[in-house]
Design a protein around this ligand. Structure first.
Ligand code: SF4
Length: 482
């Protein structure tokens, strides 16, 4: 960081400093923060406001460290026999390498199992970034490709459903920089809040309003989602058919994707169940498996159905019989109803027998807690790679060859195969206050590259800039996390 380049004499004498940690180049008055609140003018000196975050190794007890005092009060570094005897220096609070060619702010050398290692630590400014959100719910959130909005601004879109979950793609360069200024600002705010594990209300065009928070249950149109389904309607039939067989004549598991009908399904046929003659609406895929029995919605099994009998198309008088016992249940067991056919073969509600109730409860018991998962996804671009080595493509190759481990806030990242360093990481595992932003707009996230010191030298790294952990502690305000 330089703090007076480009300032006028008047600005200098007013004690103003200039931050060059991102393209905004804030001029900051004494005692004030910059536009992103991450840097400030402290008595005429530009400082990074937040401490550098160190992670205690899992095999070490957490020790007291007095923030800002440069006093190390623990025994770290003296562990016997542990592969890692020092805390890990993360990129949180590390500062950036902008404008790209500066070496990373911390290149920390260490010894692990007798091998000299380096960890190259920086805060990356990610213009190409977003989050992938997985929402465990059967409820209908909106059509695929529908726009997802925050405060009326488009911040992303609905992608396909996965097994028991709905996926959203939020952020990305088109929303951050390709739309109006307001769209970029709102997108950046929403991403920052989601990455900080805060709740964000998302409104989906033609669909629902859903409150999303990392590692917490979603709230869909004001209702807290509790259960992630045990499987689709067909899977539920397969799983529980033997437990139903002696107590029912038919079971229909209502599901927006695949509704299952027990007596027709292989699960029932293998148990010698006789056909019950109840035909559900929708498109028959294979025996006992039906698609599109209703419209998607917030009712039974992610359909718009509140009365399950709506999905029955007809009852064949040649096959069905008075007294036929029918269970209708949703994929989570949240909805269930018991019917018996009367003399006109009309389903009449009746008290559910205890053994059947038990299996319905078992469906619910086999559901998992519904959660939202937020994965930060970004591409490590020019400034990041150039901050590690003068020859950035070698870093990419080294990551691909698994010689360099990439972590964000100490959490291992999934690296996409193919070109570049395109990564994903679960924000819920990252330390508090891992993310920041700059008003360009872009997100700021910590990133660490750890590799053998000889490999680092071979890829043209800034080996001469390497410092020890003790050097870091002497010169920098730090915070120790678990
Ligand atoms: S927005 Fe933040 S990082 Fe960018 S110049 Fe201003 S204070 Fe520095």
């Amino acid at each position: 960081m330089s703090d007076d380049i480009g300032l006028s004499e008047a600005e200098r004498s007013a004690g103003i400093v200039r931050c060059d940690a991102c393209p905004v180049l804030c001029r900051i008055r004494p005692g004030r923060p910059g536009a992103c609140d991450r840097y400030a003018n402290e008595n005429g000196t530009l400082v990074r406001v937040d401490p550098l975050v160190l992670l205690a190794r899992p095999d070490l007890p957490k020790v007291a460290f007095i923030e800002g005092s440069n006093t190390w009060a623990g025994e770290l570094g003296k562990g016997e026999g542990a592969p890692f005897t020092e805390p890990f220096v993360t990129g949180i609070g590390a500062t950036t390498t902008y404008p790209d060619y500066k070496p990373a702010p911390f290149i920390v050398s260490s010894k692990h199992d007798g091998v000299d290692m380096v960890t190259v630590v920086t805060e990356g400014i990610f213009s190409y970034c977003g989050v992938k959100v997985k929402i465990d719910t059967d409820r209908y959130l909106g059509p695929e490709q529908a726009t997802v909005r925050v405060k009326g601004e488009a911040v992303g879109h609905v992608t396909t459903a996965e097994y028991g979950s709905q996926m959203l793609s939020l952020g990305g360069v088109h929303h951050l920089t390709g739309g109006s200024k307001k769209e970029g600002v709102v997108t950046c705010e929403a991403l920052l809040a989601l990455c900080a594990k805060e709740a964000v209300e998302l409104v989906i065009d033609g669909g629902s309003t859903v409150t999303v928070q990392a590692d917490r249950p979603p709230i869909v149109n004001g209702t807290l989602e509790e259960r992630m389904r045990v499987g689709c309607g067909s899977a539920a039939i397969g799983m529980f058919a033997p437990q139903w067989k002696d107590h029912v004549d038919e079971v229909i598991v209502v599901d927006d994707h695949i509704t299952g009908v027990l007596s027709e399904h292989q699960g029932g046929a293998f148990l010698d169940m006789k056909p019950a003659g109840i035909r559900v609406r929708g498109r028959r895929s294979t025996p006992g498996r039906y698609f599109q029995v209703a419209e998607p919605g917030l009712g039974w099994g992610g359909t718009d159905v509140s009365d399950p009998l709506e999905i029955i198309d007809r009852i064949d008088p040649k096959t069905a019989w008075p007294g036929l016992k029918l269970l209708m249940v949703s994929t989570t067991g949240e909805h269930s109803a018991w019917f018996e056919l009367d003399g006109d073969l009309k389903p009449r509600p009746a008290p559910m027998p205890a053994p059947v109730r038990k299996v319905v409860e078992r469906i619910a018991e086999n559901c998992e807690p519904a959660l939202c998962t937020v994965l930060f996804m970004a591409g490590a671009g020019g400034s990041l790679r150039a901050g590690v080595t003068e020859n950035p493509v070698r870093l990419t190759r080294s990551v691909r060859d698994a010689l360099t481990r990439v972590t964000l806030g100490g959490v291992p990242a999934f690296i996409w195969p193919g070109g570049g360093i395109t990564l994903m990481v679960d924000v819920s595992k990252m330390p508090e206050k891992s993310f920041g932003y700059v008003p360009t707009p872009a997100l700021v996230a910590p990133i660490e590259f750890t590799l053998r010191a000889d490999d680092y030298a071979a890829l043209g790294g800034y080996a001469s800039c390497a410092v020890s952990l003790e050097d870091v502690l002497r010169s920098t305000k730090v915070r120790l996390d678990k």
